[in-house]
Structure formats: C-alpha cells, structure tokens
Design a protein around this ligand. Structure first.
Ligand code: NAD
Ligand code: DAU
Length: 355
C-alpha cells in the first residue's frame, strides 16, 4: 500500500490525477492537500470524496507546521506537487503570490520531505520520491522550428514561468545537494474536464455559449502544444513508478495548434451541436498579453524511450470529449461563473482594447 501526498489536488490537473490514480490502482492511499484558492474546487472530487483511500486536508504548501504534521502522521511514500498559482495573466498583474506559493511553497515541501524521509547522511527511506509538476513554459519561447528537449536552457519570460523555473532549480538543488530522490516533469498545455474558465479552452467555450466576445490576444497565431489531461496523469504515474531519480521528463504530444485554430474549432463545434447562431463574428482580437511567448513545442522522445509513455488521445478526439463534458456538466461551470470569477473576468477584459 503506497501513500501519495498530492498537493493542489482540488485544481484542474490535480483532481484529474487523483481520479485517474484511484481508478487505476486498487492498493493506494491519497492525501490531497489544497489551500482552496479561487482555483481549488472540491466539486471536482465528488466521485472520490467517500472513497476510504482518499483524504482531503485544507492547508497551504508554504505552511511548515501543517506540512510537517501531514508527514509525521502518515507514512508518505510519494509527493506529487501540483499546487501552484497557474495563470500567466494573473502573474503579470500580481506576481508576489507566485513567489510565495510556487517558490517558497515548493522549498517548504522539499525541506519537509527531506526531513521526514532522511534516515542517515544522503540516505532515505526506501522507495520514496518527490515529483515536481513543472511546465514547458520554463524553456521560454520557440521560433517557427525546433522543440524543447530536457537540455534546452531555461529562459522563462513571465512571472509565472519564472517562479516555476525557480522552483525547478530548488528541486534540482535538493537532488544534487542532499541526494533527495526527485523528478521533474515539464508538460505542455493541458485541456480536459474541470479546467478553470480563466484558461483559453473553457473561456472560449463559455463565452461562445453566452454569445459574448471571444478575446483573442494579438494576431492569435501563438502556438501551444495541447495534451489531453489524462495523458499527463499517465505520464506522472509512470515517472513516479520508474523515472530515474534526478531526471527531468518532458511531456507533450506534438499537437501544436495556433490559438485562432482552437477558437474556431470551439465555435464550429458549438454551432454544429448546440446553437446555429454562433459564429466567427464573436471573435475580437484584443491587446496582446505582455511578454507573450510565441510558440511552445515539446520533444517527448525521452519519456517515450525510457518509460514507454505515449499520448493516447489525439486532439480531434480530446477536444470533442472536453467540450461534451462541459456541455453535460453545466452546473459545474455555472457555480464558478456565478461566484467571484465574473468580477475577475470583467476587470481583466475591460482593460483590453480591440485591435
Ligand atoms: P490550477 O490553478 O487549476 O490548480 C492549482 C491548485 O493548487 C488549486 O486547487 C489551488 O487551490 C491549489 N493551490 C494554490 N496555491 C496553493 C497553496 N499555497 N497551497 C496549497 N494549494 C494551493 O492549476 P493546474 O492547471 O491544475 O496546474 C497544476 C500544476 O501543473 C501547476 O503546478 C502548473 O504549473 C502545472 N502545469 C499546468 C499545465 C496546464 O496546462 N494547466 C501544464 C503544465 C504544467
Ligand atoms: O504550457 C503550459 C502552461 O499552459 C501551464 O504551465 C499554465 O499553468 C497554463 O495556464 C497554460 O498557460 P498558457 O498561458 O499557455 O494558457 P492560457 O489558457 O492562459 O492561454 C493559452 C493561449 O491562449 C495563450 O497563447 C494566450 C491565449 N489566450 C488566452 C486567454 C485566456 C487568448 O488569446 N485569449 C484569452 O482570453
């Protein structure tokens, strides 16, 4: 029976990961520690909340006493650190909390894991591992060709990606200095159920359904490499199980698409399946994001070669599954939209100008 200490499990990827793991492995326990910021939503975990293998604790990953208590009261085998402030636009307007959670929180998690697991100088309880869920954004921006490999120099541009890169450096330092068994995964853009509507796909879906403007930053030709969230969860499971300690693994599925293609695909799906009145007239090109990275593209060869990982869901299938999920779960979205989210959205977009 292995015990996983999952942080940020009430967010988008963390909740998908918990559900994926409890469905896949009979003999595991998961402790989900989440601060429940605006992005944390326990509704995401309804289907597992009564599972005896699952426990929820509300706490901040930067809170030393709270995190030490979880280690001391549970025989933790693995840490999977998802908890983060994750939205680039928010990091541009409010960078400090990104340092607090993404950098200081990660260092606190590392320090508590080291102290709990250390059995002697450079010796640790057998089989333990700390996995840091990082992002392709730490590598910066690509030109029209080429891909990020694990040896691409880090060149973050936004306060968000800089905080994730700083956290990665601390994870590396704990591996190099204290020999803590660590892995880092750097994944491309995820999409799927339970993604907070500040992010491109659910935002465009939501606005299209209510005939609102669809804000496309700049020319909309920025490229992201989209991966269905379950394929990311599978990669993390494999890296925990058999990733070589100290190694970084890039995760991505060569599904590179310009933003405008994503926006038009969503409009077409809704026009064909829900509402014949929506169309491209809703698109509004608006002020670009400051420091906007032009293109991300992951080379996933290492995780494929070493661990046998491959993405199972192609974009065409994944986007249909995702949009269908949002349409079949309107209450999930309505609960968020009827809360503080709209205030954030209105403030954010009133500051943008049509171009
Ligand atoms: P999210 O914003 O949906 O969820 C973040 C979760 O962390 C929320 O539940 C929030 O309540 C929790 N949290 C925030 N601050 C906390 C703190 N101080 N202590 C405890 N919990 C806290 O984010 P996501 O999109 O699910 O991303 C999860 C992780 O994956 C992040 O580390 C992100 O950098 C990384 N990542 C995301 C993507 C993507 O496309 N979404 C891609 C690659 C990597
Ligand atoms: O690449 C992985 C990263 O993907 C993760 O590390 C981040 O946590 C996650 O938020 C995501 O970052 P992006 O900035 O790429 O995602 P976002 O959904 O915010 O934006 C996707 C693209 O769409 C980006 O080029 C900006 C653009 N965009 C976004 C919004 C919200 C628009 O054109 N209009 C919008 O309204």
């Amino acid at each position: 029976m292995k015990t996983y200490f999952v942080t940020g499990g009430a967010g988008f990827i963390g909740s998908n990961f918990i559900i994926y793991m409890l469905n896949k492995h009979k003999d595991i326990k998961i402790i989900n520690v989440d601060k429940l910021t605006y992005a944390g939503n326990l509704e995401n975990l309804k289907e597992v909340e009564n599972d005896p293998r699952y426990t929820f604790v509300q706490a901040d990953i930067a809170d030393k006493a709270a995190i030490e208590k979880i280690f001391s009261e549970n025989g933790i085998d693995y840490v999977v650190n998802f908890a983060a402030e994750s939205h680039v636009d928010r990091s541009i307007s409010d960078p400090e909390i990104f340092v607090k959670t993404n950098v200081e929180g990660t260092v606190n998690m590392l320090q508590c894991a080291k102290n709990a697991w250390m059995t002697g100088d450079d010796q640790y309880k057998s089989g333990v591992k700390y996995l840091q869920v990082s992002t392709d954004e730490v590598y910066g921006s690509l030109g029209e060709t080429g891909y990020f490999t694990e040896t691409t120099p880090l060149d973050p541009h936004s306060p968000y990606s800089s905080s994730k890169a700083a956290a990665d450096m601390f994870v590396k330092a704990f591996g190099d200095t204290y020999k803590l068994p660590v892995n880092i995964t750097r994944c491309s853009n995820n999409y799927g159920p339970y993604q907070f509507p500040e992010k491109l796909i659910p935002l465009i879906m939501n606005n299209t359904l209510s005939h609102k403007d669809l804000p496309v930053y700049g020319d909309g030709m920025q490229v992201r490499d989209w991966l269905y969230v379950e394929d990311h969860c599978k990669a993390i499971d494999m890296v925990i199980d058999s990733g070589r300690p100290g190694e970084v693994y890039n995760v991505g599925g060569h599904n590179e698409k310009p933003n405008i293609f994503i926006v038009k695909s969503i409009i077409n799906y809704i026009r064909e399946n829900v509402d014949s009145e929506v169309g491209e007239h809703l698109i509004k090109h608006v002020t670009d994001r400051k420091g906007h990275d032009r293109r991300y593209g992951i080379d996933p060869e290492k995780i494929k070669r070493e661990l046998g990982w491959f993405p199972e869901t192609c974009f065409e299938e994944g986007i249909k599954k995702t949009l269908k999920w949002y349409l079949e779960n309107p209450d999930w979205m309505n609960n968020i939209v009827n809360g503080d989210y709209m205030k954030y959205y209105e403030k954010m977009y009133s500051a943008k100008k049509e171009i």
